[in-house]
Design a protein around this ligand. Structure first.
Ligand SMILES: [Zn+2]
Length: 220
């Protein structure tokens, strides 16, 4: 009897032992999946931030992959301030949601750059920036002629040819930025272009090779 109990006891111990190994493997997978989901969600939402490029799904996939997980789903609207992702490590699925507060990372007032802009341009840019909820920001607005001269000489030094520099930077005295008629935007430029259309803003991008450069549309 004692022997039988002993045998039962060790069978039970074996079963429990096996069970707890499985359990810890599963919880390790769960922990890995959750970590990957958290990383992917944070990376995706950061794409809506001032330094993001609006590539939510790509960022989520990259961070899931870096954590040995597969991205299954990314509920990531361009410009959204909240994202939700679902990832899998083997057959263990985890979800995470990340939110960011655009107010916390944006200027509360106008940046000095935007201040000297043509009022129509300033109004249009303000509307665009607000509608983007933090996904688009102003990189450069009004420039002094001295600043334009600096940019121009940097470009000449870089390209070693004024003709080529001309393709990238306007000569001092000729830039629309000096007149307060141009802004360079950063962040999600695809969203910026879409918002221009959706909100019917008087903006256009006259320079094909500078998708970040927006000017006031000429009067029709
Ligand atoms: Zn520009």
């Amino acid at each position: 009897m004692t022997l039988l109990l002993g045998v039962i006891g060790s069978v039970l111990a074996l079963l429990l032992g096996g069970f707890s190994v499985n359990l810890s493997e599963t919880s390790a997978l769960k922990a890995r999946a959750q970590l990957a989901a958290d990383a992917a969600a944070l990376a995706a939402v950061a794409e809506s931030g001032p330094y993001g490029e609006g590539q939510h799904e790509r960022a989520a996939a990259r961070f899931a992959d870096a954590n040995q997980a597969r991205l299954l789903e990314c509920l990531c609207e361009p410009g959204a301030t909240a994202v939700q992702v679902k990832v899998a490590v083997e057959d263990v699925v985890a979800e995470a949601r990340a939110v960011f507060d655009p107010e916390a990372v944006m200027f509360t007032g106008s940046s000095p750059d935007v201040d000297g802009l043509h009022p129509l341009l300033k109004a249009a840019v303000d509307r665009l920036i607000r509608a983007s909820a933090g996904a688009v920001h102003v990189v450069s607005g009004l420039r002094s002629t001295a600043h334009q001269a600096e940019l121009w000489s940097d470009a000449v030094a870089k390209y070693r040819d004024p003709e080529i520099a001309d393709d990238w930077v306007a000569r001092p005295g000729t830039s629309m930025h000096e007149k307060g008629l141009a802004v360079d935007l950063g962040g999600d430029l695809t969203l910026a272009a879409r918002l221009v259309q959706e909100l019917d803003l008087p903006l256009h991008r006259p320079l094909g090779h500078e998708p970040h450069h927006f000017e006031l549309k000429p009067e029709p």
